[in-house]
Structure formats: structure tokens, C-alpha cells
Design a protein around this ligand. Structure first.
Ligand code: HEC
Length: 195
């Protein structure tokens, strides 16, 4: 016999195979907590997942992690913007990620979040207007082109490595598939060297 049968809790009066159901409602506070969490959830979703970018825990983590990496510039010293250095960093996702965070902070208004292009050209396709080799990317970003329609960035970053790493990130975009790809501009160029 189960211990409940001797208590004074009211039974709901039905019995299946000798199993009876007692009337033990969830505590009132528990039910209110449950309802409150349902009422809260649309606001949570809207704020963290559909609101301004950068609010979700994952995005905040990514931002902090890359910011932290940026503080490790001592590890790589002052980069020189030659082709060999760019190829080397192109193979290192950690530093390409730093380039990506710099791109997100400065370039997306004209080139779109994934480089697909907006006012500025699509950076993901095989066609370029001002670029034939890797170091040209750095030159265009440093000096700007088209009378400032593409601004010069040489003096806008706090560290010279920033502009080199954002160039490496731009190089890494080539061949990726942006959500909205602007029609190609300029002419096709040879593949990036592998070393
Ligand atoms: C104010 C808008 C604007 C911003 C901000 C901007 N760009 Fe541009 N960018 C342009 C335009 C416009 C062009 C094309 C110029 C032309 O047609 O000659 C361009 C061209 C380029 C090119 C050369 C593409 C080619 O086909 O040769 C690269 C690389 C580039 N931008 C990278 C960047 C990076 C990296 C950033 C951020 C640090 C950035 N841009 C920020 C407007 C912008």
C-alpha cells in the first residue's frame, strides 16, 4: 500500500488499475512563475535575437574574444603589409576574425555585413576595380579611391595592424556567398597566391 492512502489529501475519485489520483495542485507561485516566463519570452526574443546586432550572448562573446585578441598585438609585432605577410595571416582564422571585427565596425555601411556590396562594390566575387594583387587591397584601403567615395583609412585606425588585418579579411571574402550579391564591377583577377 502506498503511503498516500493514509493521508487526508482529497482523491480526485478515479482509479486505474488501483492507481488513484490525489488532488495535489502545483503551488500558486509556481504557476505564476510559469505564466510570467511565457509572457517574458517574446520580449526576450525581440531584444536579444531580433533587435540591434551584437546583443546575443554569442555575439557579445565573439566581440569580447576578438577585442581580447586585438590586445595581443604584441604577439605579432608591427606587421608589414607585404604579400607574404598577408598570405600568412589569411591562413590564420584567429587574426582573420580580428579583421572581420574591424570590417564590421567600419565598412558594412557601404559594403554590407557580409561584403556583398551596397554603395561600395561586392568584395566576394572574382572581379575587382582597383585590385590585381593582395597588397593592392591594403593600398586602396589606406589611400581610398574614387575621390573619397571609398574613404582613405590610413590615419583612422588606432593601430597599423588594423588596416592590414582588415585587408586580410577582405581577401578572405573572395569566393564566399553573400546574402545579397551586388553585380560584379571591374574585371576578373588571378587567384591569390598560396604562399
Ligand atoms: C562611404 C562608403 C564606404 C565605406 C565606409 C567603405 N568603402 Fe570601400 N568602397 C566604397 C566605394 C564607393 C568603392 C568603389 C570605388 C570605385 O568605384 O572606384 C569602394 C571600394 C573598395 C575596395 C576596392 C574594390 C575593388 O573592386 O577594387 C575595397 C577593397 C574596399 N572598398 C574596402 C573597404 C574596407 C575594408 C572598408 C572599411 C575599412 C571600406 N571599404 C569602407 C565605399 C566605401
Amino acid at each position: 500500500m502506498n503511503t498516500h492512502s493514509t493521508t487526508s489529501e482529497p482523491s480526485l475519485g478515479h482509479s486505474y488499475d488501483g492507481i488513484q489520483q490525489y488532488d495535489n495542485p502545483l503551488p500558486r507561485w509556481w504557476k505564476w512563475l510559469f505564466l510570467a516566463s511565457i509572457a517574458y519570452c517574446p520580449f526576450y526574443l525581440m531584444y536579444f535575437h531580433a533587435g540591434a546586432p551584437g546583443r546575443s550572448v554569442d555575439e557579445q562573446y565573439q566581440a569580447n574574444a576578438t577585442e581580447n585578441t586585438r590586445k595581443q598585438y604584441a604577439e605579432i609585432g608591427n606587421l608589414s603589409g607585404d604579400q607574404q605577410t598577408m598570405v600568412k595571416f589569411l591562413k590564420d582564422p584567429k587574426w582573420v576574425g580580428v579583421g572581420q571585427s574591424i570590417f564590421k565596425a567600419n565598412c558594412v555601411s557601404c559594403h554590407a555585413a557580409d561584403g556583398g556590396g551596397n554603395v561600395g562594390p561586392n568584395l566576394c566575387d572574382e572581379n575587382f576595380k582597383h585590385i590585381k594583387a593582395l597588397p593592392d587591397i591594403l593600398k586602396v584601403i589606406n589611400e581610398g579611391v574614387a575621390g573619397g567615395a571609398m574613404p582613405a583609412w590610413a590615419t583612422r585606425f588606432s593601430h597599423k595592424n588594423d588596416v592590414i588585418l582588415v585587408s586580410v579579411y577582405v581577401a578572405s571574402l573572395r569566393g564566399s556567398k553573400p546574402a545579397i550579391a551586388k553585380a560584379p564591377d571591374g574585371s576578373p583577377i588571378p587567384a591569390w597566391p598560396i604562399e
